[in-house]
Design a protein around this ligand. Sequence first.
Ligand code: ACO
Length: 456
Amino acid sequence: MGTKRENVGILAMELYVPSQYVDQTELEKFDNVSAGKYTTGLGQQKMAFCSDREDINSICLTVLQRLIERNNLNLHDIGRLEVGTETIIDKSKSVKTFLMSLFEKEGATDIEGIDTTNACYGGTAALFNAINWVESSSWDGRNAIVIAGDVAVYNKGPARPTGGAGAVAMLIGPDAPLVFDCGVRASYMRHVFDFYKPDLSSEFPYLDGKLSIECYLSALDNCYNLFCKKMQKVDTNFKGLLSLDGMLFHTPYCKLVQKSLARLCFNDFLNASKEVREKNFSGLLEFSNHKREETYFDRDLEKAFMKHSQDLFNEKTKPSLHVATNIGNMYTASLYGGLASYLISKSPDQLIGKKFALFSYGSGLASTMYSINICKDMSVGSKLEKLINSLHESVSMLDKRHVVEPSKFSELMDIRTKNYHTAPYEPSGSLDSLFPGTYYLVKIDDQRRRTYDRRL
Ligand code: ACO
């Protein structure tokens, strides 16, 4: 391995999708809410979930194993392994250490990195750690792997349809087709109680849904304005949204993402001169004196900017929502499911030279907007093609899943809840329903030690 490090970024990617889902239209009926609330109102079609056979360690093992196999990785060439998750099942032992079981078999133990946690932001923090390591004086010439994964479950009630489950694995190193822009990351971090998990005996968060939306949107405003300022320092022609080929968001549910794109247009509108407003935003001038912080739930403003930004949304953001529409929120992996969706929506030729921004949000709160360029260097063209082809295969697993009735889903969720802290424990979830190659929980012993196996 060399010591040259240019174009540091994502070399390969893998997505893990659980094999079962519940249909959101059926869930509306089962939950006795008005038809369209989850599908039209939240923009969701299907929600992935796991039985008690899968936990955070097993889904991360599955996605890591697939990344290794599909890219024929020599594990001695990996120098760092990072995990971002908020699915905490052990207050001390990291998920990363469970993943080491795959490396140990090959005698590879010289591997830095552990877990990173802050709600849905942990995957991004893990990714930044890996990128920073490759760009640092500590780098020893090897690649890094980042895993972002979660089992996103909510208690019965209005938040339950915004759950989901899944994981993404990314291989990080130099000479990558997806390159991270340097010096323009824009972060916004605060202390708030919008969503948190203080009850370690439960999988469910404590949550103030409306506050979480307000926090998400205010973090978006702040990150976007700072990101534009930083970009303009390196490129005086940078014109925000109009200079980006794609705009990707953390996706708790798809409707919030469409609103977020409209929100960026509202920010562009507020930042524009009177002349530009009159030229580019005709019909919206009545909102000229509105203040950002007073408009998070202003439905007239939201509707007007959603209408105005419909074409921009279709072009720059909608292609990133395929996975989220069909899985739901994967918490730390959600933004990277968006990246996978965006990449497979185009051919490698259409992507070369394109720039897109990503907004990562984790409650509590931590947020960053950053940007990725698709490398113009033709020598990475085949890596890009391989990355996209392998993502097509992962995403095609969405169509191979089986649907589960809401009553059965609710039953399986009750089993997870009831046994969350039971030890010793042997899961009852079906093994046959798992995709071949999936890792699963075999048992938890009386010392709460978990053992796993892989479905052939
Ligand atoms: N047909 C069409 N639309 C409908 C219907 C219907 N029959 N019924 C309701 N709707 C619309 C509502 O008008 C609303 O749309 P709007 O927001 O554009 O006004 C939408 O469906 C949702 O309905 P609400 O009544 O607002 O839903 P509720 O308050 O019950 O729950 C919430 C929504 C707060 C998002 C809840 O699901 C939740 O708490 N989720 C988890 C928190 C979350 O995801 N926060 C986001 C950022 S933090 C994070 O990533 C975890």
